[in-house]
Design a protein around this ligand. Structure first.
Ligand code: ZN
Length: 344
């Protein structure tokens, strides 16, 4: 099978909050994502998540009968702590740009350049808006630094809303929605041309964003609940809502979100990821599904390995019957279209 010749835009990875900047530029012996391996995998652009550590952020799940599991919701990380961690991580990304290893994407021209052999385009994303004050004054500074995507919450509460608890099986309806500050954040992001990410929101938070936003709805890294009944995945009704706005769902490769049995087992075929892409494409159209790996955020299928293995995933999409043109849209064009409509 031929390796992919398509450029790939990855909707989410967590490498920035894992190793040192030098390792990301030159390669590291562990983990899933660094720039040399991304280049080998054809991943020429990606959302680089800035995420804040805090108590309860990596607990051992409580296990129930028949493979059920749940994780206690992590407590809030305050604005001061979150801002300190996030500015440090963003500085790490900007240092990579200063050293010439990548370009922080500020408009779609940077994506087009990356697809044409230019530097890797890194989309600066806040996974949880702890770094932003409820009055939103810090948002201007972050925009100036290159911020183009904000998730109001990770799976913990913030000033902007509740995060969804990690549970399997479970509906995404695990808590409250956006606060007034959260609705103001969505409106301000709309006005500034910053993408608002639905990932990690509760069902109520999802509905609140959908009611407020005037941009295409985007979940950067969520699977299909009909395939894997995890609380982090989107129900068919939610998928329909995304599709109706011309939006996009980036499918993650994390095994406990893509295996039908919800288990954290790397012995998982690539067809498990493909099943989510197929379900979303059949439900709302191939123009509304993309890739959002969650590399360095959990366990990925052993046949994939790391970001250098992405061409094998594209081959698995072809084996499922997606045409070359459809694979190109899933890998690149859909993200390009939605980001072009959002970053105005
Ligand atoms: Zn995440």
């Amino acid at each position: 099978m031929s390796p992919s010749t398509f450029p790939v835009l990855d909707g989410h990875h967590d490498a920035l909050t894992r190793p040192s900047a030098g390792d990301l530029a030159t390669g590291r012996p562990d983990g899933h994502f660094d720039l040399p391996r991304a280049a080998r995998g054809g991943v020429v652009a990606a959302f680089w998540a800035v995420w804040c550590d805090g108590p309860g952020s990596d607990p051992v799940p409580d296990e129930g009968p028949d493979g059920a599991w749940s994780v206690p919701l992590a407590p809030e990380v305050g604005h001061a702590d979150g801002a300190a961690q996030a500015t440090q991580a963003a500085g790490r990304l900007l240092a990579l740009e200063r050293a010439g290893h990548l370009r922080v994407a500020r408009d779609v021209g940077d994506l087009d350049a990356a697809a044409s052999g230019g530097p890797h385009a890194a989309i600066l994303h806040l996974e949880g808006a702890e770094a932003i004050d409820p009055g939103l004054e810090a948002l201007e500074l972050w925009y100036a630094a290159g911020l183009r995507s904000v998730g109001p919450v990770w799976s913990r509460p913030t000033a902007f809303g509740d995060g969804v608890a990690f549970r399997f099986p479970s509906s995404p309806d695990t808590g409250g929605g956006l606060t007034d500050a959260g609705r103001a954040l969505v409106r301000r992001c709309n006005a500034m041309g910053i993408l608002v990410d639905l990932s990690h929101l509760t069902a109520r938070g999802f509905a609140d964003v959908a009611a407020v936003t005037d941009a295409p709805l985007v979940a950067t890294h969520c699977g299909a609940h009909a395939v894997t009944a995890a609380s982090r995945n989107l129900t068919d009704d939610q998928l329909d809502t995304v599709g109706a706005t011309g939006g996009l769902v980036g499918v993650p490769y994390i095994v406990d979100f893509v295996r039908p049995d919800g288990q954290n087992d790397a012995d998982t075929p690539l067809s498990a990821v493909v099943a989510h892409v197929r379900h979303i494409a059949d439900r709302i159209g191939v123009d509304h599904v993309a890739l959002g790996s969650d590399f360095d955020g959990g366990t990925v299928p052993e046949p994939l390995g790391d970001v250098a293995g992405v061409p094998r995933l594209l081959d698995a999409l072809r084996e499922d019957g997606f045409t070359d043109d459809e694979v190109r849209r899933i890998a690149w064009e859909n993200w390009r279209r939605v980001l072009g409509a959002t970053w105005r």
